[in-house]
Design a protein around this ligand. Structure first.
Ligand SMILES: [Zn+2]
Ligand SMILES: [Zn+2]
Length: 183
């Protein structure tokens, strides 16, 4: 669809903030993308500008067109129109690292010496998924596993029980989740 409107009828457009492609009528004056369906915005005595038509309002109004709902509060917000399907995930800005001094050391780069391996914990969630996953992995590798909230809580209690056992607590006194009795 192609139609025309007077620029004066699009009051939200700040002409002084347009980039070169917008000023030359190549991209939408609101969102900066090439419109699928365009409206020509006629300026008196100047070249026409263009905008996405009303039927593409959802694309035009979103800073990232594929983000239809707000990010979870923990998301780092690093999203872009160009992100391919598998990259359309929320990732937490929060990330915790635990040194693993019993594991083999790792070299972070040439000439940087050897550093301890570590466990990393963070959150991620696909934009079409309804709950986050908790990632527990080894350093910067993809070796690790994803947990639900319940599984993470159970693992936390289990690790605490193992630490207490290592510290000398009697197995029969261990506090384990979900009614599990220690042997
Ligand atoms: Zn637009
Ligand atoms: Zn996000």
């Amino acid at each position: 669809m192609k139609n025309k409107a007077l620029l004066g009828n699009v009051p939200e457009v700040d002409l002084s903030a347009l980039d070169a492609a917008q000023r030359e009528g190549h991209t939408c004056v609101r969102c900066g993308r090439v419109p699928l369906h365009r409206v020509d915005l006629t300026q008196v005595g100047a070249p026409d500008l263009i905008a996405c038509s009303g039927e593409d309002a959802a694309i035009c109004s979103r800073p990232v067109f594929w983000l239809a709902t707000p990010c979870p509060q923990w998301c780092n917000g690093l999203h872009d129109d160009r992100d391919a399907g598998p990259d359309r995930r929320h990732f937490s800005s929060w990330e915790e690292q635990v040194p693993l001094t019993l594991e083999d050391a790792q070299e972070m780069g040439p000439g940087l010496g050897w550093q301890p391996e570590y466990a990393v914990v963070s959150l991620d969630q696909g934009v079409r998924e309804d709950a986050p996953r908790i990632w527990c992995g080894k350093g910067a590798t993809n070796q690790g596993w994803h947990l639900t909230e319940d599984e993470a809580r159970r693992l936390a209690v289990t690790l605490t029980a193992a630490a207490n056992l290592a510290a000398g607590e009697l197995a029969g006194q261990l506090q384990l989740p979900f009614g599990i009795v220690a042997a």
